[in-house]
Design a protein around this ligand. Structure first.
Ligand code: MV4
Length: 450
């Protein structure tokens, strides 16, 4: 096992990783920006190194400073968490050449899955179902028109370097195609420095269901079942749960098998997530692969009983994955508590948390870096806490979540708590019959602040 791990991240995930390291007896190094001096990850780590000014690009994204911090402190591994450098192939490569284990897949794997057209082609070759569309990059408008004729409208134009919903254009009428293609190309060039696009059939009102996978260094790949992430707004997930109310045992088996097959074909190492689009007829299609631990990993931990951060460290250190079948039981749900104003388009609402009280009890888990007096900086994403519940049934989980949300007190900044309270009462949500368009029609009613 590693002797000292540097955590190249902040917030709740940095705390989560530090806690696991402590259980293993591994020493920890925190890195922090000038805005995060008073953060709990700095306090809880054995050592801490300031790596620069508040902005992410000047600190948590500065590869040379993070490598220098690892070298100065003698860390033998770096855990990137999620976001920041977690899916940066160049960073993983520099870790490698510096003799520091990057806790995650190889640089080549990160690049391959970061190129969304290549990722799709790779999965298709491995026998994973993909959405009908172009074979790789579409060079020009004429080619895009040809493909649209073949597969039929509507189509969606996606940036090869995009992902997570960035740089996409839906085309419902042929007359829109030329304009959409040119705009998407321009935006991809400006946004990602890569204008390459691909085209596929647009799947109407899909569910977003993802499979948690793990690979070890010995060619073994296993999956941990699905998470339903259909409750999202502008590609920001707000609620995740496992199991999905839409997935039956047969579909779970098929999606799990496909995900494992895809990962085995590329010899995948570490934690990964295969995102699928699932249509109303239960057809599923590979969408993207995330080569990192995800924000919503706790719901999978709750239903499987496996600590996925622990497993990341184990497989990174060369240990084998468990050979026992992964058993799933009960129902888990996560609400993302963000410092945002749900009454004002979920606008970030940084500032001082003047009062903070967490819910608790059997089956209630809060992953957070927040405390009374904490100042939410405006420089990073607005996640304050992940409220995760576990119960026998989905109904039980919803009731437990509703109660926990009522107990959760955060004063000083606006949060998504009132929004989640209303979703827990919503009939469509409670019935489980929703798709990714759910929040487009959900009307949040601003409440009086108590
Ligand atoms: C799609 C799609 C429909 N058809 N691709 C959004 C995030 C990015 N990973 C891909 N996305 C989509 N790709 C085809 N062929 C619909 C979406 C999509 C979506 C997917 C998951 C969750 C929410 C979404 C919201 C809008 C669009």
């Amino acid at each position: 096992m590693f002797k000292k791990v540097l955590i190249a991240n902040r917030g709740e995930i940095a705390l989560r990783i530090i806690r696991v390291c402590k259980q293993f007896g591994i020493k920890t190094v925190a890195v922090y920006s000038q805005a995060d001096r008073d953060s709990l990850h700095v306090k809880f780590a054995d050592e801490a190194v300031c790596i620069g000014p508040p902005a992410g690009k000047d600190s948590y994204l500065k590869t040379p400073r993070i490598i220098a911090a690892a070298e100065i402190t003698g860390a033998d591994a770096i855990h990137p968490g999620y976001g920041f450098l977690a899916e940066n192939a160049g960073f993983a490569e520099i870790c490698k050449t510096s003799g520091i284990k990057f806790i995650g897949p190889s640089p080549d794997m990160i690049s391959a899955m970061g190129d969304k057209a290549l990722a799709k082609e790779t999965m298709k070759k491995a026998g994973v179902p993909v959405v009908p569309g172009s074979d790789g990059v579409v060079p020009d408008v004429d080619e895009a028109k040809k493909i649209a004729k073949q597969i039929g409208l509507p189509v969606i134009i996606k940036a090869v370097a995009g992902g997570g919903g960035r740089g996409m254009r839906i085309v419902r009428d042929e007359s829109e195609l030329e304009n959409a293609f040119k705009t998407a190309q321009h935006e991809a060039e400006i946004g990602f420095g890569n204008p390459a696009l691909y085209v596929e059939k647009y799947v109407e009102q899909p569910r977003h269901i993802e499979i948690q996978v793990f690979g070890d260094q010995h060619g073994n790949v296993i999956h941990f079942g699905e998470r339903d992430c259909s409750v999202q707004r502008r590609h920001q997930k707000l609620i995740e749960e496992s199991p999905s109310p839409f997935v039956d045992e047969k579909l779970r088996q098929k999606m799990g098998d496909a995900a494992v097959k895809g990962c085995k074909a590329v010899n995948y190492e570490g934690a990964g997530t295969i995102e699928f689009l699932v249509d109303a007829e239960k057809n599923f299609y590979f969408m993207e692969m995330n080569t990192r631990i995800q924000v919503e990993h706790p719901v999978t931990e709750e239903v499987t009983g496996h600590d996925l951060i622990k497993l990341q460290l184990r497989v990174a250190a060369g240990e084998r994955l468990p050979r026992r079948k992964i058993r799933r039981e009960g129902h888990s749900m996560e609400c993302r508590i963000n410092a945002e104003d749900p009454g004002n388009g979920f606008r970030p609402n940084p500032g001082k948390v003047t009062d903070f009280h967490m819910p608790g009890g059997f089956g209630v888990r809060v992953d957070t870096h927040c405390y009374s007096g904490y100042i939410v900086p405006p420089y990073y994403d607005s996640l304050l806490a992940k409220l995760v519940v576990y119960a026998q049934t989905r109904e039980g989980a919803i009731e437990k979540m509703a109660g926990a949300l009522d107990e959760f007190t955060i004063q000083g900044v606006k949060t998504t708590i009132p929004f989640h309270r209303q979703v827990m009462r919503d009939d469509r949500f409670r019935s489980g019959k929703f798709d990714t368009s759910f929040l487009e029609t959900f009307e949040f009613q601003p409440e009086e602040q108590s």
